[in-house]
Design a protein. Structure first.
Length: 160
């Protein structure tokens, strides 16, 4: 049984043993079969939705609808704050990260929870953790930013 078949597609399977296919069968939102059209199309029944991909590329599970590719890639090198809660935990994480990356003029953290400190965060909180080094945090949704108020060396202040 299957409730959806994508066919006439250039399916990139991400499976080194079978990197490409022509069709995909889906049941209850999960991929159940991938293969040649001749293998997948016979799985259809009266209630199966058939989607002709018109030769388009199909990527399994790629559902990101709002990716900022460069920012997202850059953030992989930042201090990750997912699961960090409380001032003591933030200080431990920031001091450890700063100690492992002395070459970075700015300690940049990503994924700060709005409730990280149990109250709104200010630059004074960050200054208390790293008083002699620029330190900035973005929220997990990238809509809020808190920084220490000091630009890193060799950075134009109006751009910070």
């Amino acid at each position: 049984m299957t409730d959806l078949i994508l066919t006439n597609a250039a399916v990139l399977t991400m499976d080194p043993a079978r990197p490409e296919a022509e069709a995909v069968a889906v049941l209850d939102g999960r991929i159940t079969a991938v293969g040649a059209r001749s293998e997948i199309e016979p799985l259809a029944h009266a209630g199966t939705e058939i989607v002709d991909a018109g030769g388009g590329t199909v990527l399994p599970g790629f559902v990101e609808s709002h990716l900022h590719l460069v920012l997202g890639g850059t953030e992989l090198a930042h201090l990750q704050l997912g699961g960090v809660h409380g001032g003591a935990a933030l200080a431990r994480a920031a001091l450890d990260f700063a100690g492992r990356h002395p070459e970075r003029p700015l300690v940049m953290a990503q994924g700060g929870d709005y409730a990280l400190l149990g109250r709104p965060m200010t630059r004074h909180d960050l200054d208390g953790i790293l008083p002699d080094r620029p330190f900035a945090i973005t929220s997990h949704d990238h809509h809020t930013w808190c920084d220490c108020g000091r630009p890193p060396p060799n950075v134009v202040p109006n751009l910070v």
